[in-house]
Design a protein around this ligand. Structure first.
Ligand code: CP3
Length: 337
């Protein structure tokens, strides 16, 4: 089959007949094929096996015909070799959270070829196996720092916010090491063949717009400005309040969550500056076909007014999502429903 380059043309600003469609976390527990593979290994073992990662990356492409694949891994995989003791249950759990300057000083920057060879091997295997583009990814430095400092997910993220404002040196050392490691990690994925990279800033939205601009934006900008050879999509959840600041980033695509209309996000980011990705509410995949179609049609109509649109969910797909609705929504976007 010919290579499907719809995502690449869209990110390049070309007009296409329909938007490409993929879903964040499209490989995972809502698929029985994934649960079958996962029943035999731990999540970390899965992430470190190029053969199994390749298999679970391909599962949603085969089952639903998404227009691109996303590397199967986790945003926390590259922080383990920095010196973090990591486990999943299934949410991330860190035994030695970073709380002081001494803790931050002990961390080391990664060398992807030496520290995460299995990720680069997976990228190479996938590029050979796929007839659609492959998205590589990383966490953004701040979102990784949230887990490293809190030690797990959190409601208020007070440890990281307090570090930011009372131990600026510790925060800066941590963020500089994460920024350098993340740039090297993404560049290694591109050099191994990834066609696009996405940076997930899932927790940026916990910050005030002032703190986003001062404590997060410069690090993101450094990575965006220095990655070479592939377009980047930046996804910061809950980011409407600081999307004017995000509008100073020279990346190709911006992710939008379901709480902001695509047209409103576009206006605040800088009208027509970016290809936008999103933003179907993942919980609506539990709704009726009528409810799914109504929101999908609204998003598709707004998407047509943009520089470009990549149809996606506004955040990751939930583990109990009915597969028949995934199939239906993908077909709707492709004009096959
Ligand atoms: O999109 C894909 O299909 C690629 C795979 C992928 C995973 N995690 C697999 C995974 C990607 C892109 C991620 C990114 C990720 N991981 C993010 C950013 C995106 C987002 O959703 O905000 C974050 C914040 C994490 C951290 C993380 N890892 C959490 C919060 C969890 C638990 C999630 C839950 O629902 O319980 C994980 C574990 C994880 N990562 C699983 C998968 C498939 C579940 C592990 C299992 O099989 O037990």
């Amino acid at each position: 089959m010919a290579f499907n380059d719809l995502l690449l043309r869209t990110l390049n600003g070309e007009k296409t007949d329909r938007p490409p469609v993929w879903f964040m976390r499209q490989a995972g527990r809502y698929m029985k094929e994934y649960r079958e593979v996962r029943s035999k290994v731990t999540f970390l073992e899965l992430c470190k096996s190029p053969e199994l990662c390749t298999e679970v990356t391909l599962q949603p492409i085969r089952a639903f015909g998404f227009d691109n694949a996303i590397l199967f891994s986790d945003i926390l995989i590259p922080v383990e070799p920095m010196g973090i003791e990591l486990d999943f249950n299934p949410a991330p759990l860190i035994a030695n959270p970073v709380r002081t300057l001494a803790d931050a000083d002990k961390l080391r920057e990664i060398d992807p070829a030496k520290d995460v060879p299995f990720v680069l091997e997976t990228v190479k295997m996938l590029v050979k196996a796929l007839d659609v583009p492959l998205i590589g990814f990383s966490g953004a430095p701040f979102t990784l720092a949230c887990y490293m400092v809190e030690g797990k997910g959190s409601k208020n993220f007070e440890h990281i916010k307090i570090m930011m404002h009372t131990e600026p040196k510790a925060y800066a050392v941590l963020m500089e090491k994460l920024t350098n490691s993340t740039l090297k990690y993404l560049q290694a994925q591109v050099d191994a063949g990834a066609h696009v990279v996405q940076m997930f800033d899932t927790w940026a939205g916990i910050l005030s717009p002032y703190d986003y601009e001062k404590f997060v934006f410069p690090y993101v900008k450094y990575i965006v400005d220095n990655i070479k050879g592939a377009p980047m999509i930046y996804f910061a959840k809950d980011s409407y309040s600081f999307s004017d600041t995000m509008g100073k980033l020279n990346c190709a695509g911006m992710g939008v969550d379901w709480k902001t209309k695509l047209v409103d996000a576009d206006a605040k980011l800088g009208a027509g500056k970016y290809v936008l990705q999103g933003n179907f509410d993942p919980v609506l995949l539990f709704g009726t076909k009528e409810a799914i179609k109504e929101q999908a049609d609204q998003i598709l109509a707004e998407g047509k007014t943009l520089k470009g649109h990549i149809f996606n969910l506004g955040h990751g797909i939930l583990p109990t999502t009915p597969v028949e609705n995934v199939d239906y929504l993908v077909k709707l976007v492709k004009g096959q429903a």
